[in-house]
Design a protein around this ligand. Structure first.
Ligand SMILES: C[S@@+](CC[C@H](N)C(=O)[O-])C[C@H]1O[C@@H](n2cnc3c(N)ncnc32)[C@H](O)[C@@H]1O
Length: 220
């Protein structure tokens, strides 16, 4: 399989440790954390969608004092990896991973965790490695869960006005579509339109290293 995590991901060599490793998380976690710490509300629960290996979750949670971090993923092996990372690197404010697939209708957290008081949703590197309906489902779910003023944070590569802004993103997009024709780098304006139709206003775009963006939406 093509390495679409940007630097190698793998599973354990024995079944004893379910932790997976995505090298890109080591490179992007500090710049992402700096934005999260600035834009996230000072308290409440941040729901992460598509947590993957769980390395971001265990890194961010103890560094985002005052907030709780709730990781999730649609894939069982990812949820096992997240749980294994939490076991290896526990923090008081990280919750057990939950099963959320944004492609399912009316996904919600209340079914799995009563009253989580979610004040923000964060999703890193998910919407381009999933069908477009995963992004639409993320927006619809964010609109259901978030209250006025709450944040939806996206991180990853984007095209702008349909323009392939960096050669590295262009070849990455080609590789994604070879892997799965339903995947592909999304156009920021198209994503913003989908968000807007759900009452999520584009609040800020932050240029990040390696031609990625942080995109912050606020629930109107
Ligand atoms: C490329 S990985 C990114 C993982 C992590 N956020 C990171 O930045 O390293 C994308 C993750 O999204 C998950 N995913 C894909 N489609 C999803 C969906 N519709 N709902 C929830 N998670 C999804 C995959 O299982 C995978 O773990």
């Amino acid at each position: 399989m093509v390495d679409l995590m940007g630097g190698g991901s793998g599973g354990p060599e024995s079944g004893a440790d379910a932790r997976q490793f995505a090298a890109a998380t080591l490179r992007n976690r500090e710049p992402i954390l700096a934005v999260l710490d600035r834009v996230m509300p000072p308290e409440g629960t941040i729901l992460e969608i598509g947590s993957g290996s769980g390395e971001h979750a265990v890194y961010f949670a103890p560094r985002l004092e005052g907030r709780h971090w709730l990781p999730s993923d649609a894939a069982p092996d990812k949820r096992m990896s997240i749980a294994a990372w939490i076991e290896a690197e526990p923090a008081d404010n990280i919750l057990k991973p939950v099963n959320i697939d944004t492609c399912t209708h009316h996904w919600t957290v209340e079914r799995v965790i009563p009253s989580p008081r979610i004040v923000a949703i964060a999703s890193m590197n998910m919407i381009h490695i999933a069908p477009w309906r995963a992004c639409l489902g993320l927006m619809a779910g964010a609109a259901r869960i978030l209250k006025r003023g709450h944040i939806l944070y996206l991180y990853g590569p984007f095209f702008r006005d349909g323009i392939q802004t960096a050669p590295s993103n262009e070849s990455f997009d080609d590789r994604l579509q070879v892997e799965n024709p339903e995947w592909g780098i999304r156009d920021l304006e198209t994503v913003a339109d989908a968000a807007s139709s759900q009452g999520l206003d584009l609040a800020e775009v932050v240029e990040m290293p390696a031609n990625n963006l942080s995109v912050i939406f606020r629930r109107a």
